[in-house]
Ligand binder design. Structure first.
Ligand code: ATP
Length: 236
């Protein structure tokens, strides 16, 4: 069943239209990539879903029209956004950041179990639970941002450039944990990523954006085999 559907989505910042027709869908439990060059509109696509930018066209989540909803309304429906630049709360500790992620929940025992799960998923965070987020390395902050989003127990996770600024080994570690999270939780994911090779280790299908439009959709294997994709996004 389709969980998220975008059809002909447009978006503007003030008078400047930056999305001119994005169409994609994420099945329940599926993982879909959003690829494209700098400025193609990947981040804006996630912000359009989150309600952070004014949109046109069709946006449906779980069969419901979500166009025009405010960010907190979108979050309440079960969509968690891990923004580019991570969005952890620097002055709060790792444990407090995870607690903030669960702020809509009342099931205290399950919340405590989910904190333990995050620390198992990202063992690097275990010895840092009492540290302020601002003191963490870039990789640890990215892990915390994903953990914090998971703590909301969303049905859909929007992930923006989880590998940005990380050393290749760290980026691989982060993606391996997100893959495990996907398998074990069944949370659907929409994944913006510059590094297409890394994205293909996580997503089943991907959509390529060019100047605010979706121009191509295929399975990871199909896209990885296309010369133009390799040239543009894989450095091949
Ligand atoms: P990147 O990988 O560089 O983040 P992207 O594919 O995510 O690229 P967007 O960040 O969605 O692209 O930006 C799409 C276009 O919108 C770009 O031309 C960008 O300059 C413009 N843009 C982004 N944010 C704003 C803003 N707040 N106000 C005006 N224009 C913006």
């Amino acid at each position: 069943m389709t969980l998220l559907e975008l059809d002909g989505v447009t978006a503007s910042y003030g008078p400047v239209q930056v999305l001119e027709g994005i169409s994609l869908s994420v099945p329940e439990g599926g993982a879909v990539g959003v690829l494209g060059a700098n400025g193609a509109g990947k981040t804006t696509t996630l912000r359009a879903i989150s309600g952070a930018v004014r949109t046109g066209g069709t946006l449906r989540f779980d069969g419901r029209d979500i166009k025009g909803l405010r960010p907190e309304q979108v979050a309440a429906l079960g969509i968690a956004h891990v923004p580019e630049g991570r969005g952890t709360l620097g002055q709060l500790t790792v444990r407090e950041n995870l607690a903030v992620g669960a702020y809509r929940r009342r099931d205290r025992r399950a919340i405590a179990e989910d904190v333990d799960y995050c620390l198992d998923l990202f063992p690097q965070l275990q010895e840092r639970v009492g540290s302020r987020a601002a003191a963490l390395s870039g990789g640890e902050q990215q892990m915390l941002a994903v953990g914090r989003a998971f703590m909301a127990r969303p049905r859909l996770l929007l992930l923006d450039e989880a590998s940005l600024g990380l050393a290749p080994g760290t980026a691989k570690t982060v993606y391996a944990a997100i893959r495990r999270l996907r398998v074990e939780s069944g949370i659907a994911m929409l994944v913006v990523e510059q590094n297409a090779n890394l994205a293909f280790t996580l997503v089943d299908t991907a959509t390529v954006l060019e100047t605010g439009r979706s121009v191509l959709t295929g399975t990871s294997a199909e896209l990885a085999g296309k010369d133009e994709i390799r040239r543009a996004y894989l450095g091949g």
